[in-house]
Structures are given as structure tokens and as C-alpha cells.
Design a binder for this molecule. Structure first.
Ligand SMILES: Cc1ncc(COP(=O)(O)O)c(C=O)c1O
Length: 910
């Protein structure tokens, strides 16, 4: 895409988002240069080939393929002017890298070896063929050794290979702590790290590529203070922060007691004998096997092979009702037989029950807990909509106060109804220009909590419920929110709706903003004496001060605060899982004693007694995938998103009709301490991603791209359905009045990104042509449409208030949404009113009208009215100006459903 061959200049990392893209492009540029050298190229080509090799050298040291000696061989061929062999060898390396062939077999670089370079692309092989091969990974050995010792280490491990090994691996040796950190970030194939006692501290690899890349992850700092005996343990610890899924093996000569007291991060084993290669080899394989293992998927596969007579209510089981049919053979042909062989409801025969797991489902859930950093994980086969209701029912008793972001998913609002919670809605900051909401500022959350404290109701506040990240990609500073809220109420429960954030665990910067990682960090932090002292000092400062001081201070939670955190994730939205496959992750210090039973009941309430086993199996396999290659896939996903950003920002034609909505546009300045406004700037290249992820109150999820399409004259919904979908077959699922949201996912490829850009360019060209031929009147009409979409956007209304009849108690804003919800079941309690000018006049003169239902326009998809809410003139105006065809809860033929005055009076009295 940005190949070096485009220009004479060697692109640097600032032109790239990631080292893997840079590496791929440098190899393909080298291949082109080598080919032209072979065809009688110039001295200039030779210089260029040298430069490219030189530019690749500092990157290649972190990869086992092609490896140091092969790389030296290429250099020698070039130096000796053997361009034919050079071109063949470079082509083979480059092809093997793109096709993944090096993972399956050794790649001969010498030209006259019989095997050619017709490598089949890995992705083009059938699933069956690929499943037969042994998965490949790389092991990084960290030790400052000479070339001879390096070869000895590598061959010693190679000699341990046995035909029954389940996986195959190659090794790469790097000398220092810094190289190890860079290596695990660069080389996505690394699954295990062996840290030996001879390692040094600093990388000799002097290149800004590395420095910049590592600074993205903030792990370069304060290494200098380490003494040599700390290098090994510290390497394990730091790798654990960057890629916690990896296995590390520390080989040391320090005493066992000495080592026992250290934080070794992800270290699985400490070895004292440097030369015990068999033990090491077996441990490496066992470590990867642990993550590879899929207890439930494996059990289901085994089960499907067993001969079984089906005498229960499940005719599709084993495909019998299909194979015997004369009319539904196409179903069998389409799905293949395995899906039916595995279709069962048996909880025996090696399988397990989702409702009472004791076998492989339990094991699969435990593996998921390890992968996602939770204490307990529960699978759900009916989406996060159900997970949310389970968590709320398990923790909220009727009358408990719950603070909820009002623009959260509808499952939460229904959850509040079911639980009979007293709801306090919190407003997110609005983004009027784009008809969307941001997220709830910490100040607003604290303000609500402090108001409840002032009313003497803090003891009833049970839960804070927030969406992280939001549909549009706004990400909270999860640790900060929890820390500050706990400072006001130390046993608050948090439910983080991470429906869209399941992938976040697998990239170092997003991980720190997940609920589970934040919970673990807080648990550790609360135990430290530094924290206790800081808390005591802050309390002294706040003594006798009013709420304003609490609002203005970055609060510290008391050391005895309880960490009670739940996260719900639509695994199926961001990772590999069948539709509706979701997970609930728990990290609650009170779970065991206080919640477990209630949680079980809630789980029983909402979970089908016939859960789909295919979904459960897919959750198990999806977990395996992320625990091994999540890092690689998420990196690639972010790279794709960044490539789209870059193209839209720099392409002259695209700039004319499309505008990237940047972090600066979506997050007001006061919430961006780092000052970061955009991931990519045409003049300055890529922003320092780590800095904003570490500091800012809100950050933008880089995998989502909001594009302003107002300048095309189409509103977001028309652009989505009429243009992208109908004309080009591109699917997206969120729009606002003037924007569309492109979500990348772990399956997004470089070609799909290229296709999207092509399509956008084509749309822009067509618009240009249209304008060329347009009459004066047509042009005027177009400009008016554009102005309308870009400038005349109705302001988003805030939550008004619950009507007094539905206030939980006098003087509190908390609302009894359940009573309102069920009151509307009786038709006599309701009336309809047209949302017209007359209604607006009545509201503006002070008449109170109260919504009897949820009213949810789509887009934007959040309720502008909930049962029991007073309809404000602002809300009505917003509705009147909305030009969407879908408004759930509103009947165009009748109007808005409101409560009659009599109904409200009955409630007041009762
Ligand atoms: C924030 C949020 N939470 C929960 C859900 C529901 O998830 P599911 O579709 O898995 O039921 C959605 C769905 O779009 C959502 O956007």
C-alpha cells in the first residue's frame, strides 16, 4: 500500500503504524529491486538493495525466519554480485513470509534446490488440510551470547524434537532486556520466552524504529536503575505486562529463596540447570498446549463421533431429520454434516451442563477466566443482552439505587425494570454536531454520588453501570472511575458493559482500560502502604471541605475498599464466536460469600435450559485463539483501521467528501490531558498512542472509524443502505445523521481495507461527475442538503427527570422505572398525544406529560424517553427534527403514549 517502490525514499516507521507492516513492505520492495537487478539492473538498484537489507537488519533480529544466517547469506550474494541467486532467495523469503509457508516447512534459499517457490498461500488451503499440520510458533531466548553459542542453544533445542510433539517451534536469540521487550512486541509468533542469566540490559540496535515502537507501549522507561541480577526477573515481569498470555521460563543461578520473593509476572518455571534442554522443550510445549486445549470443543467433537440413538426431543440431532428428508436437503448440503453430528442436548457422554457445569464447560470457563484476567467467567448463549440482565438481577435488590448512563444499551433499561431498581440516569457529554453521545465524565458520576450522599442515601447506592467502550468507540479511564467512585462509597459494584471491547485484553494499551485488568491493578494497589499513606494524606486535605473540593480532587479510595467488578462481553462481536456467544467476567472480592448463590439464581432465570452447544464450543475455541494469537490479530486489526485513517486524511478526492471524525472531534479538550487530537496527522505522522491511553479521561478506540459523510449530501442511514450496502455490498451497522461508523475486526484484511478505500474513491468520483453536469438549481439543492446535514443538526436532549409519581422518595431524582413500566400495561392508564406544535405549546406553558413507554429512535439507538419520564420541550423538539424512519415505542398513527392524569394520581396516592 505504501510500498517503498512508490518512491525513491526509504519510508520510516513514522510512515507506518506498525513494524510488521514496515517489515512486509520492505521485503516486497527488496523483492522488486532484486528482480530488477537480476534483469540487468543498475548500480542504483544495487545500492537500493543494500539500503533495504540494512533497513531490514534491525527488524530481522527478532524473527526466527529467515534467521540470522540466511540473512547473512543474502548479504553475501549481493556483495558478490550473484544477482540471480539473490533474486531467487529474496523472492522465496518474501513469498514464504506472505504465504506463511515457513510455518509449515523449511524454505530452501539456494537456487538449485529442487523445491521451487510455488508456496501455496496458507489461507487458500482447506480447513481440513490445515488442521492436519502442526501449528508453528517461535521461542525467544534472551541471552547475550556469541554466534557459536547461539547456534549451540538453537540446535540443542532442535535436537529435542520428537515426532509426537504437537507443535513445532523455531528459536530466535536476542541479547538484552530491551531486545526481549521489543521482540515480543514485534514478533507476533513468539509464544514462549526463555530468559537466561547472561542477558544484558540495553539493545545495541540503534534505530528510531525500535525506540518509537517501544515508546508506544511505555515500557522503555526506568530500566537503568536495575542491577544485573534483576535483569532476568524484570524481563519476565515486563513481558507479563505487555503480553500476559506468553509463557516465560527463567533460568537463573540466584538462590531459590531469593527468587521466590520476586514478582516474576508470567513466569511459569524457574530452572537452575542451564543445560537441561529436554525439560525445557517439554515445558515449552506443555505451556502452549495449556492454552491450545479446548475442553468443551474437544468433548463435543468426541461426542459427535459416538454412535448414539436419539430418543429425546431433538430431531435435528445427528442430522437424522435432514438426511431422511426429500425437501430440505439443501440445508444439509449448505451446513455439512458435522454441525448436526455435534448438535445435542446431552449433558452426559463426556459433555456437560451449562446450568450446572462440572466437566468440560467448567474447564472451558476456567480457561476463559485465565485468558481474560477474571476470577470467574461464565458463558452465555443469548448475547450480552442476557448477560447484562443476569448481572443486574444477581446484585440489585428492588429499591437499590443504580447509576446508569442513559444512552446505554436497552438491555440495561429492561434490566432495571426487572430488578425494580431505583434508577439515577447520568448524562454523557453530547456531540451535537454528529448527533451522538460521548460518555459520562467522571465529574458527572461523582456529582451524582455526592448528591446522594448529601441526601443521606449513599447506603442504598448499589451499582454504577457504564458502557466501555461505547458503540462509537469512546473508552473510559476505568481504573480512575472506580478509584474515585470507591472513594465516595467503598463497596460499590461496577458493571462495565464491554459488549464491544472483548478484544481489548489482547493489546497492551487497550488492556489497561479493561474492567478485569483495572480490577486486578486496584486490588494490588489497595494493598500497598504507599496507597494507605496517600489515602490518609488526602483525607486530611479534604477534611471539613465541601463537595466542590471532592469534585475537584482526584480521589483516592480507602485501602479497605472492596473491588467488585463485573464485565459483560459480546465475544461474538469482536472475537471468534458464533452469534450470541457472550461472556460474563467477574472480579468481585465479595463474590464467594455474598453473591454466588444469587448469581446462580439469576443465571438460571435467564439461561435457556436448551443452550446451544455449538455456541459454547465456539466460545471455547475463540478463547484458545486469543490466548495464542490474539495479540497478532488485534495488532493487524488496528493496522487496518490506521490504514483507513491515513487514506481518508491524505487522499485529495476523499478529503473533499469525507471527513474523519477524530479523537479531537469526539472527545472535548478537557478530557484529553495528553493533548492528542488525532491518531494520524498528514504532517506529523502517527501520534504517541501510549501517552493518551495512559493519561486521558477518555480515549478513542482506534479500531473504529467514524466518517462524516454530510458533504456527500446523503444522511448516514441513506449512505449506509443505498450506497454502501446496495451498490457495493459493504456492511456497516451504525450511522448517525451525518456520520457512518466503520468497525474493523480481527478478520479485517489488507485487501478489504483496500476495497473500502477504492469504493470511497469511486463514490467521490461519481459525486464529482454529478456536480460537473448539474444545473444551477441542482447544485443549489445539493448545497442545501449538505448544509442541512452538517449545520442544522438538532441538539441532543438531556435526561429530563422522573415524574414525582415515580420518584422513589421525595427529594431524590432516583426513579422507579418498574412501576411506570407496568402501569402502562393497563390501557386505561394511557393516552396518546401527537408530537406536534400544539403539544410543544402545551409543554412550553408548563403542562406535564409523562411517557408511558421507552421511545428509542434508531439511529441513534438510545431511549430519549423511558417509562415515567417527564417529556421536556427539548425532547419533543429533538423528536420533531429527527428524520429517521424507525422510532421504537412510537406509533406514527397514534402519537406518543403518555400516562393519563388519573393514572398518575393513583400512583401518588398509593
Ligand atoms: C453496548 C451494548 N451492550 C450490549 C449489547 C447487546 O449485546 P448482544 O447483541 O450480544 O446481546 C449491545 C448490542 O449492540 C451493545 O451495543
Amino acid at each position: 500500500m505504501h510500498g517503498i517502490s512508490d518512491s525513491e525514499k526509504l519510508h520510516t516507521i513514522s510512515d507506518y503504524y506498525s513494524a510488521s507492516q514496515l517489515r512486509a513492505d520492505r521485503w516486497s520492495a527488496l523483492r522488486e529491486t532484486a528482480e530488477s537487478l537480476d534483469q540487468g539492473g543498475s548500480e542504483k538498484d544495487r545500492d537500493r538493495a543494500r539500503q533495504l537489507l540494512q533497513a531490514l537488519a534491525p527488524i530481522e533480529v527478532y524473527f526466527a525466519f529467515p534467521g540470522g544466517s540466511a540473512f547473512d547469506y543474502l548479504r553475501r550474494l549481493l556483495d558478490h554480485g550473484n544477482f540471480g541467486d539473490f533474486s531467487t532467495a529474496v523472492r522465496r523469503v518474501s513469498r514464504a513470509l506472505t504465504s506463511g509457508a515457513y510455518r509449515r516447512r523449511s524454505i530452501p534459499l539456494i537456487a538449485d534446490e529442487t523445491e521451487g517457490d510455488e508456496f501455496e498461500d496458507e489461507a487458500a488451503q482447506s480447513h481440513e488440510a490445515r488442521a492436519l499440520g502442526r501449528p508453528y510458533f517461535e521461542v525467544m531466548i534472551v541471552d547475550n551470547v556469541n554466534e557459536h553459542q547461539e547456534r549451540f542453544l538453537q540446535s540443542s533445542l532442535q535436537r529435542m524434537r520428537r515426532s509426537e510433539d504437537q507443535f513445532i517451534y523455531e528459536t530466535v536469540v536476542v541479547p538484552s532486556v530491551e531486545d526481549a521487550l521489543i521482540g515480543v512486541l514485534f514478533n507476533q509468533n513468539v509464544q514462549a520466552v526463555i530468559v537466561r542469566p547472561g542477558l544484558s540490559l540495553k539493545s545495541k540496535n540503534e534505530t528510531n524504529v525500535l525506540g518509537r515502537y517501544i515508546s508506544l507501549y511505555g515500557e522503555g522507561a526506568d530500566l537503568d536503575a536495575l542491577s544485573p541480577s534483576e535483569y532476568g526477573p524484570e524481563t519476565c515481569r515486563r513481558i507479563g505486562m505487555l503480553r500476559p498470555e506468553l509463557d516465560a521460563y527463567l533460568i537463573t543461578d540466584r538462590s531459590a529463596e531469593d527468587i521466590a520473593g520476586l514478582d516474576l509476572g508470567l513466569c511459569r518455571r524457574v530452572f537452575y540447570n542451564q543445560e537441561d534442554f529436554l525439560e525445557l522443550h517439554l515445558n515449552i510445549l506443555r505451556g502452549v498446549q495449556r492454552r491450545y486445549k479446548t475442553p468443551f470443543f474437544t468433548a463435543l467433537k468426541e461426542y459427535s463421533k459416538q454412535p448414539t440413538g436419539v430418543f429425546h426431543a431433538m430431531p435435528i440431532s445427528r442430522g437424522k431429520s435432514i438426511s431422511r428428508s426429500h425437501w430440505i436437503q439443501d440445508m444439509g448440503a449448505f451446513y455439512g454434516s458435522n454441525i448436526f453430528m455435534a448438535e445435542t442436548s446431552a449433558t452426559s457422554g463426556g459433555l456437560d451442563s451449562l446450568l450446572e457445569p462440572k466437566g468440560p464447560i467448567k474447564e472451558a470457563q476456567e480457561a476463559a477466566a485465565r485468558a481474560f484476567g477474571s476470577k470467574q467467567t461464565f458463558f452465555a448463549t443469548n448475547g450480552t443482552s442476557t448477560c447484562n440482565k443476569i448481572v443486574v438481577q444477581a446484585l440489585v435488590r428492588p429499591g437499590d439505587i443504580v447509576l446508569v448512563d442513559r444512552d446505554c444499551h436497552k438491555s440495561h433499561h429492561y434490566g432495571m425494570v426487572l430488578a425494580g431498581a431505583s434508577v439515577v440516569y447520568m448524562d454523557s457529554y453530547p456531540l451535537h454536531d454528529y448527533s451522538m453521545y460521548g460518555a459520562v465524565p467522571i465529574r458527572e458520576i461523582k456529582h451524582k454520588l455526592l448528591a446522594l450522599r448529601a441526601e443521606g442515601k449513599l447506603d442504598r447506592v448499589r451499582m454504577v453501570l457504564l458502557t466501555n467502550c461505547t458503540f462509537d468507540g469512546i473508552v473510559y479511564n476505568v481504573q480512575r472511575v472506580m478509584q474515585e467512585c470507591l472513594a465516595i462509597k467503598k463497596d460499590l459494584v461496577f458493571l462495565w458493559d464491554e459488549a464491544w471491547f472483548g478484544y481489548a485484553r489482547f493489546a497492551p494499551n487497550t488492556r489497561v482500560r479493561t474492567a478485569m485488568r483495572s480490577a486486578n491493578i486496584l486490588r494490588e494497589e489497595f494493598r500497598t502502604t504507599e496507597h494507605t499513606e496517600a489515602y490518609a494524606a488526602q483525607q486530611k486535605e479534604l477534611e471539613g471541605k465541601g463537595d466542590d473540593a471532592w469534585l475537584d480532587t482526584r480521589l483516592i479510595a480507602p485501602p479497605d475498599a472492596r473491588v467488585r467488578v463485573y464485565a459483560t462481553q459480546s465475544t461474538h462481536k469482536t472475537l471468534t464466536a458464533l452469534r450470541q456467544g457472550s461472556m460474563i467476567h467477574v472480579n468481585d472480592q465479595q463474590f464467594k460469600g455474598a453473591v454466588e448463590e444469587a448469581f446462580h439464581e439469576a443465571y438460571m432465570t435467564h439461561t435457556s435450559t436448551s443452550p446451544n452447544y455449538q455456541i459454547i464450543a465456539s466460545l471455547d475455541v475463540g478463547r484458545r485463539q486469543v490466548e495464542i494469537e490474539g495479540y497478532e490479530f488485534v495488532q493487524r486489526q488496528v493496522e487496518s483501521a490506521m490504514a483507513i485513517r491515513r487514506a481518508v486524511t491524505t487522499h485529495p478526492l476523499l478529503k473533499k467528501y469525507f471527513r474523519l471524525v477524530t479523537a479531537g472531534d469526539m472527545i472535548p479538550e478537557q478530557y484529553r490531558e495528553s493533548g492528542m487530537t488525532s491518531y494520524f496527522d498528514p504532517d506529523q505522522g502517527w501520534a504517541d498512542v501510549w501517552d493518551c491511553w495512559a493519561k486521558d479521561e477518555f480515549v478513542l478506540d482506534a479500531t473504529r472509524i467514524t466518517l462524516h459523510v454530510g458533504a456527500t449530501g446523503w444522511d448516514g442511514d441513506t449512505f449506509k443502505t443505498k450506497i454502501l450496502m446496495d451498490k457495493y455490498g459493504i456492511q456497516i451497522n451504525k450511522t448517525s445523521r451525518n456520520t457512518v461508523l466503520f468497525m474493523t475486526n480481527i478478520g479485517t484484511t489488507r485487501s478489504s481495507v483496500a476495497y473500502l478505500i477504492e469504493v470511497l474513491v469511486e463514490i467521490a468520483k461519481e459525486l464529482d461527475d454529478l456536480m460537473d453536469d448539474a444545473s444551477k438549481m441542482e447544485k443549489r439543492a445539493f448545497e442545501k442538503r449538505v448544509r442541512n446535514l452538517s449545520e442544522h443538526v438538532p441538539p441532543l436532549p438531556d435526561f429530563s427527570r422522573f415524574h414525582d409519581a415515580f420518584r422513589c422518595e421525595k427529594g431524590t431524582e432516583a426513579g422507579d422505572i418498574r412501576t411506570a413500566f407496568f402501569l402502562s400495561y393497563d390501557e386505561d392508564n394511557c393516552d396518546y398525544v401527537e408530537p406536534d406544535k400544539d403539544m410543544l405549546d402545551r409543554l412550553e406553558t408548563g403542562e406535564e406529560m409523562v411517557s408511558a413507554t421507552f421511545v428509542i429512535p434508531y439511529p441513534p439507538g438510545f431511549p430519549i424517553l423511558v417509562p415515567g419520564q417527564v417529556i421536556s420541550p427539548e425532547i419533543l423538539k429533538f423528536m420533531q427534527e429527527l428524520d429517521v424512519s424507525e422510532i421504537h415505542g412510537f406509533r406514527a398513527d397514534l402519537g406518543l403514549r403518555i400516562f393519563t392524569e388519573d393514572a398518575l394520581k393513583t400512583i401518588k396516592k398509593s
